[in-house]
Every structure is written in C-alpha cells, then in structure tokens.
Design a binder for this molecule. Structure first.
Ligand code: ADP
Ligand code: MG
Length: 609
C-alpha cells in the first residue's frame, strides 16, 4: 500500500472513531428506560466477547469458560459486598483478582491439550462452576444473591441506568483501547503467531506455555470486569445468567462478528444482544437460529463479518497479481572479524525412538564454529528428526547435544532460540494469517515475558520498543530483498519467496547456529544460486550453519564437511570429495553396482524430492 493511501486510511479510521465516540456519548438521549437497559446489558456482553475474542481469535485458545469468568467476577463481587460487607470498589478489585486466578487455573489444561480437547476441558470447568453456585450456600443456591449495593462514585447516582451507561462506556472504551494496543504490538503478535503455528512460534523464541496462560489471563480479566459491571448494574445475580446457553450465545457473537477482530467481536455482541431482545418471546427458535447462522459462518466465512472485507480484497488482488514476482538481490552481511569464532556444536550419542521405529541410533557428530555442515541421506534416514531433537521439538531418547557450554537437549524450543539457535522447516511453517513483516517482527522480538508489566504500567515503553522493532524489520526486509512484500500474506507469494521469508525470519532472531531443513526444495536454478550466496554470507558473518539437502550440486559446492545418515545412523563423514567416493555412501544411495564416476554424476543430478 502506498504511503498516501495509508495516511488517508488512517485519517478515515480516526474520523470513524471520533464519530462513534460522539454517537455513543449522545446515545442515551434517544433511548427510553428499557432501551438504555438493553444497551447496558449489550456493553457487558461486548466486554465478554472481546475477552473471548482475544483468547480464541487472537491467541487461538478455545475457551468455553468465558461465561464462568463472568460468573466468578459477579459472584465474588456479590459475596464480598453482601456477606463480607466490604465496600463496592474494594470488592471490585478483589473480584478481579479472583477472576484472574480462575483464568490462570482454567489455562493450565491448555499447557497439555489443544483444539477441541481444550474446548471440552474448559466447558467442563464452566459446568462445574454453574453447578457449584447452584448448590453452594454462600452463593445463595438456585435463588442467587441480592442486595448488591449501588457503586458509589463522587455522589453520582449510579442506580440511574442512564448514568450507569457512562460508567460502562468509559470502562468499555479503556478495554477496547487496551485490546487494540495489545493486538497491534509485540505481545499480540506473539499470541497470533502461536495461533497460526505454535511450533514455529516456539522456534523463533515465543514462550508458548506462558503465552497460553497469558491468553486465559487476559480473557478472564475481561470476564471479571464484565462480571463486576453486571453485578453493579442489576444488583442481583442468579446461576442461569452464567449458564451454558449463554456461553453459546457468547460464542455465536464472537464467531458471527469475527473472532480475530476486536471490532468484529463488538459488532457481533451488540447485534446478537439486540436480536436476542427482539426474539425474547421465541427463545427456542432464536437458539436454533443462532446455531444455524454460526454453522453457516464457520463454513463460508470463518473470519466472521469483520473478516469479509479482507477476504474480498485478497480474492480480487490474487486474481490481478499472478506469479510475475521476481526477488530482489540479497545484500550480504558484513563479514565477522576474526572468522570462525563462537562455540562448537557437539552431538553425542543421540538416539530417538518412536514406539517401534528407531529414527536415530547413537548419532554423534561435531560441527566446528563457522562451518557449513551438510547432512545428507535417503528419505526417512532421520535427518529431520535430528534437527527436531537439536531444536527441542522432540526430546532425545538418549544422548546430548551441546553448543559450547550450553546443553541443548532438555530445553524448550523458545529457550534454545534465546540461546542463539534458529531453524527453518522442511515444509514451510510461516505464520499464515500475518504479513511478511509481522513474521519477521515475531522473531525480532527478543523480549522476556517479565517485561510484560509495561503493558499495564508503561505503555509508552512498549510503543518505543515497537518503533525499534519496525526499524529493524525494515532493514531485514531490505537485506533479503523482500521490501516489496512487506504487507503481503505469505500464502499469496510464490514458493521461492516464501522460502526466502522463512530464511529471513530465522536470521531475524540473530542466531549463532542456523539449522536449514532442505532450504533448496522447490526452488528454481536461479533461486538455488541466490540461496548459496545467502548461506555463505550468513556463515561469513559468524554463524555456524547445518543444512539438510537433497540437491547434491548445492551440498558439494557449499558445505565444508558432509555427514551421511542412513537408517538413523551416521555412515560416513568428511569433505564433499571424500564422502562422494565412500563405498558405504554409494551403497546407501544407489546400491553397489555403480562405478564411482557414475555415482558422482548421479549424486550431482540427484534431487530425490
Ligand atoms: P528424513 O528427514 O531423513 O527424511 P525423518 O527424520 O523425517 O527422515 O524420519 C525418520 C524416521 O522417523 C521415519 O521412519 C519417520 O517415519 C519416523 N518419524 C519421524 N517423525 C516421527 C513421529 N513424530 N512419529 C513417528 N515416527 C516418526
Ligand atoms: Mg526430512
């Protein structure tokens, strides 16, 4: 997008926000007592929906306990104010803390299970909550709790729903602003990367387990705020408000509106709240109706109403653009002085068993600093498994990998990334719903999760950090000749460019050790030549490179040494010239009835896709 258009779009957005804010401010003047009540309830649901959208749409964590967070917030407030006799605002703070704890508790299963299993577990926890409040004496049983006080606020009479609306509006505006800020900056990008591909997110340094907990924590805080506002508004709570039926209504709001978009969640929540009011006398048919619309949306518009403009835009652009993209040249890194410094990679006796399959058998090899090491071998010989063990995706059955003084085995992928290890994947794993620039930004972000306090207390710090990251991303895009594709969706790009993006993403983390899994697969001759130049430059800049490759021409000319794997074991190692003539290598590749010259020729043309 050109800068002029971007500026126009930005001013249009700004104008839209101002118009919406003015309309929201004057809305009560046009509503009767019933109307303002409906709106007040709609805002509570919108808050809940935004929280759910952050967990589900942004972070990809299925959370069917959102209505239970809502309930924890409401009930905690009710219990603290009525039974314990605390003031409203003190109780509100305590209720928010209780909900945050509930969020962390519900998030624990996400560390072990994902997708529909996580849906079932969170739904189970939500049901347990409704069950508990229906039976517990402290929660008033089936008849609920009443007598919640009106929140006192500088003498403003908040029992008046017209005035309560403004309290809700302010809380809601802050909540939306925070959600948008989150989604557009470093933490939100990591959450989205985890949603798109949690394995790749870990490999570029995003602490996936902590991010999963963060997603549930955020959802629960929004749920808690909604619960407090609801209890202060109605001043009476009962279990049926937090029922599974309402959970599904909430889910419908988020899916119909568009779970990946904050605006979508709000639109879905407001629209369905109004529809629900309109259909209050036909609630059974209404439920059926929501169900059908949700199914239709999931099938035909998975990104919801808010995602429709983007989908149409992409479809039109794809038809127009075609495959005429040509990569710009790579700008080499400055060579390191002196060359060949850094720690060596030592792999000692690594084995990996998958039930019956012995994918790796006692593999040992050492790679000197600044070396380019080739790993070759027939398909299924365990090359990718070796990378997966080194990069922490699999745990070794036995053996260790060390990088200098650091023991790699036993650490998680994101910890290894922080130690200076980066990798690419045999079958590209780019973050599909993010732009090329955002793919790089995720890897450029080396911040620790403990710096997250800034999101709450020092957003300016986050903003500055963001500017620095964008500056670095621009340089990296230029270095890899990708600046024309900055805002493109990876899937819309030709394969060769996607491979280049993945390489740039790996380099974005500033690694000392780079593992490339078949980087030339699917590239044309010219692109293979460019790849060779890039890998050399990366090595010269002081990075140790290990590469798995089937393109023998590339391996022979690029690698300092080659390790040959067959059936999970090392069968040969040496310089390209030494290895190519070893009888066991020839046998592993081609059987033993070839002459050496034939083998070298065959090996050079070998592509074995
Ligand atoms: P290569 O990359 O050399 O083609 P791989 O490392 O992908 O080979 O696979 C080596 C062997 O390990 C194969 O027999 C494969 O089926 C097996 N394998 C790899 N990953 C798994 C897994 N997650 N579960 C079971 N078997 C696996
Ligand atoms: Mg492989």
């Amino acid at each position: 997008m050109n800068p002029l258009l971007r500026n126009r779009l930005r001013s249009a957005q700004l104008i839209a926000v101002v118009v919406v804010a003015v309309c929201a401010w004057f809305l009560p003047y046009g509503l009767d007592g019933y109307g303002i009540h409906v709106v007040n309830i709609a805002i509570v649901f919108a808050l809940l929906a935004v929280g759910l959208g952050l967990a589900m749409g942004v972070a990809g964590q299925i959370n069917l306990a959102q209505v239970a967070f809502f309930g924890v917030g409401s009930y905690a407030l009710a219990i603290f104010t009525t039974t314990s006799g605390l003031g409203f605002w003190v109780s509100a703070v305590l209720a928010m803390l209780a909900t945050a704890l509930a969020g962390l508790f519900v998030g624990i299963p996400a560390l072990r299970v994902q997708s529909h299993y996580l849906g079932i577990v969170t739904l189970g926890l939500a049901l347990a909550f409704t069950n508990w409040v229906t039976n517990a004496q402290i929660a008033g049983g089936a008849s609920g709790l009443n007598g919640i006080p009106v929140p006192p606020l500088f003498g403003i009479d908040l029992s008046n729903e017209y005035l309560y609306y403004y309290l809700e509006l302010i809380v809601f505006a802050l909540a939306i602003a925070f959600a948008v800020f989150l989604v557009r900056t470093a933490l939100g990008r990591r959450l989205r990367a985890m949603r798109d591909d949690s394995l790749a997110a870990g490999a570029v340094g995003a602490p996936v387990p902590l991010l999963r907990m963060t997603a549930f924590l955020t959802a629960s805080v929004y749920g808690g705020a909604a619960g407090v506002l609801y209890a202060g508004l109605i001043r009476y709570i009962a279990p049926e408000t937090f029922s599974v039926a309402n959970m599904f209504l909430l889910l419908a709001m988020v899916i119909i509106g568009g779970r990946q978009s904050i605006l979508g969640c709000v639109i879905g929540a407001v629209a369905l709240s109004l529809v629900r009011e309109a259909l209050v006398d036909f609630s059974v048919y209404a439920q059926l109706g929501y169900g059908s619309v949700v199914v239709l949306m999931v099938v035909f518009a998975p990104t919801g109403l808010a995602g429709l403009p983007g989908r149409i835009h992409h479809a039109v652009r794809r038809r127009r653009s075609g495959d005429r993209a040509v990569l710009k040249p790579f700008r080499p890194y400055a060579p390191a002085e002196p060359a060949g410094q850094g720690p060596p990679l030592e792999i000692a006796g690594i084995s990996k068993n998958f039930r019956g399959v012995k994918a790796l058998k006692d593999v040992s090899l050492s790679v000197a600093p600044g070396e380019i090491r080739g790993i070759v071998g027939p398909n299924g010989s365990g090359k990718t498994t070796l990378f997966n063990v080194i990069s922490g995706i699999y745990t070794a059955s036995s053996g260790t990998a060390t990088f200098g003084t650091e023991v790699l085995t036993g650490q998680r992928p994101y910890q290894l990334s922080q130690l200076g290890l980066a990798r690419t994947f045999q079958n590209l794993r780019l973050f599909g719903e993010m732009t090329v620039e955002e793919n790089l930004l995720v890897a450029l972000d080396r911040s620790a999760m403990r710096s997250l306090w800034r999101y709450v207390l020092w957003p300016v710090g986050i903003w500055r950090f963001e500017r620095r990251l964008r500056h670095d991303a621009a340089q990296l895009l230029e270095r890899f000749g990708l600046e024309d594709y900055r805002a493109a969706a990876p899937k819309s790009l030709p394969y060769g460019i996607q491979r280049r993006v993945e390489l740039a993403r790996a380099m974005a983390s500033g690694p000392k050790l780079l593992l490339l899994d078949e980087p030339a697969a699917g590239l044309n001759g010219q692109e293979v030549g460019q790849l060779q130049e890039i890998v050399r430059s990366i090595r010269d800049s002081g990075v140790t490179v290990v590469l798995i490759e089937h393109n023998m021409g590339l391996v022979m000319s690029l690698c300092d040494r080659i390790t040959v794997l067959a059936s999970g074991g090392v069968i040969a190692e040496g310089t390209p010239a030494e290895v190519a003539v070893r009888p066991e290598v020839i046998e592993a590749y081609l059987g033993d009835s070839f002459s050496t010259a034939e083998v070298v020729r065959a090996v050079e043309t070998e592509t074995m896709s």
